[in-house]
Design a protein around this ligand. Structure first.
Ligand code: NAD
Length: 458
């Protein structure tokens, strides 16, 4: 009951602050973005340590995928004035004399709920958009990355007024208490099943949502490809963060002609990346908790292990594992894997691969390795996914000019770069009419005016 009261209170204080109009000022927003950048910069060490404690995250990966938020903040600082400018809109003749503009305005008090796999970046990155667009924000980091949740809370409390940016730590119950409140937007990153719960709760308050969800992202490997580079890029994208990446290639659909050679190359790459025993590699992460460890171990069919398969429950270690001769109905093909297990399925005709993808929920990412330009076009045209990366994996996430998000079961709404600003803004349409001239055409009495109106609109 105590938490409930304090959550209500936190939101009420933020609403009060928002209503002062302070956050609408562009200079205020720029100043806060600079504070955010400084906050990340000054606390890098503590953030890296928290990520190590929660996920055994190698420093290089943590720096490249989490601390890298700094770059996103810098970009928002650079472009904010342009993004926030009202845009002119054309007005057709019948409204003469008039002009039209579209004004971006902040939504108000927003809630950001984060997952555990990139627990720092996936709350700070939307926060950049929320601040840039002039909102107050409440952050609910994932309880499954407790050290990172704690450091996020400490940092934001130290650098920001809680009436402007605040953190509420906690698990499912806390999340549900927050969701029972009225917000002006909920930005959620997590699983598809929880996404439905979030949307249902938000609907009760008519709160709009952005849902950054997951799913199984397929990776097609055509025979006309550079096998060495293909293997390198798949191995990196799959086993980064021990496979706990929403846009990791979930499974491979490989042309039968090159499957054996591709598997040999992937094995070589794994050896190069993590040595003979990945358990001792400083560059290989751990599974977040024992529940997920057990879930993943259950997905490994021992008869189908081609590479890896070793596990250690105490250390939450699962070796990079490749499963061969996987059937489409195996349990590993039924749910999002979200771990270092790569099932390989072969095809004879690429249409089999495409049909399979199209028979499943729309994925967050789709990967295609091929030099064949017409196949590239064909796959782009006949499949639907949140995004596509041709001849590489995961990198599309880092291109700030590409809005990032899912479609269908993989989510709704987009962010990154300008798209983040848009997500947290309302675009207000404004028509200015002038008193210069007043046509009587549209006013009653309508008698004898209909034919004129028809001519005008025709
Ligand atoms: P999750 O859905 O279990 O949890 C996400 C957040 O929701 C957490 O903060 C958690 O406390 C809260 N939550 C959990 N159950 C809830 C409930 N019943 N009601 C209200 N709130 C609840 O997700 P996760 O396990 O942290 O993350 C893994 C999933 O997230 C994967 O499916 C992955 O693909 C997806 N993901 C997507 C993206 C993306 O950008 N699209 C990024 C990372 C992860």
């Amino acid at each position: 009951m105590k938490t409930q009261v304090s959550i209500t209170d936190i939101i009420a204080r933020q609403r009060e602050f928002f209503n002062t109009g302070t956050t609408k000022d562009i200079d205020f927003r720029l100043k806060q973005l600079k504070v955010l950048k400084q906050a990340v910069s000054e606390n890098q060490e503590a953030i890296l340590q928290a990520l190590k404690a929660d996920l055994g995250k190698p420093e290089f990966e943590a720096y490249g995928t989490e601390i890298s938020t700094i770059k996103e903040i810098a970009r928002a600082i650079k472009h904010l004035k342009t993004w926030a400018k009202p845009q002119k809109a054309p007005v057709s003749l019948q409204f003469f004399p008039a002009s039209a503009q579209i004004y971006p305005e902040p939504l108000g008090v927003v809630l950001i709920i984060g997952p555990w796999n990139y627990p720092f970046h996936l709350v700070f990155s939307p926060l950049v958009g929320a601040i840039a667009a002039g909102n107050c924000a409440i952050i609910k980091p994932s309880e499954l990355a407790p050290q990172t949740s704690l450091i996020i809370s400490k940092i934001l409390q130290k650098y920001f007024d809680p009436a402007y940016i605040n953190v509420v730590e906690g698990g499912v119950e806390t999340s549900q208490q927050l969701l029972a409140e009225k917000f002006d937007h909920v930005f959620f990153t997590g699983g598809t099943a929880v996404g439905k719960i979030v949307m249902e709760a938000a609907a009760k308050n008519l709160t709009p949502v952005t849902l950054e969800l997951g799913g199984k992202s397929p990776c097609i490997v055509d025979s006309d490809t550079n096998l060495e580079h293909t293997a390198t890029r798949i191995t990196w994208g799959k086993f980064l963060n021990a496979g706990q990446t929403c846009i990791a290639p979930d499974y491979l659909l490989v042309d039968r002609k090159i499957k054996e050679n591709l598997l040999v190359e992937i094995q070589k790459r794994l050896q190069e990346f993590y040595g003979d025993n990945p358990a001792t590699s400083p560059d290989y992460a751990r599974i977040v908790n024992q529940r997920h460890f057990d879930r993943l171990v259950n997905l490994i069919d021992n008869d189908k292990i081609r590479i890896g398969g070793e596990t250690n429950r105490e250390e939450r270690y699962i070796a990079p594992t490749v499963l061969d001769n996987v059937s489409l109905t195996d349990p590993v093909m039924e749910e999002e894997i979200f771990g270092p297990i790569l099932p390989v399925i072969e095809y004879t005709d690429v249409r089999e691969a495409i049909n399979f993808i199209n028979s499943r929920p729309k994925p967050l990412a789709l990967y295609l390795f091929t030099n064949n330009k017409s196949l590239q076009q064909q796959v782009l045209q006949v499949t639907s996914s949140g995004g596509v990366c041709i001849n590489d994996t995961v990198l599309q996430f880092g291109v700030s000019s590409l809005p990032f998000g899912g479609v269908g079961d993989s989510g709704m709404g987009k962010y990154h770069g300008k798209a983040s600003f848009d997500t947290f803004s309302h675009y207000k349409s404004v028509l200015h009419r002038s008193f210069l001239f007043n046509s009587k055409l549209f006013y009653p009495p309508y008698q004898s005016k209909l034919s004129l109106l028809k001519r005008f609109l025709g």
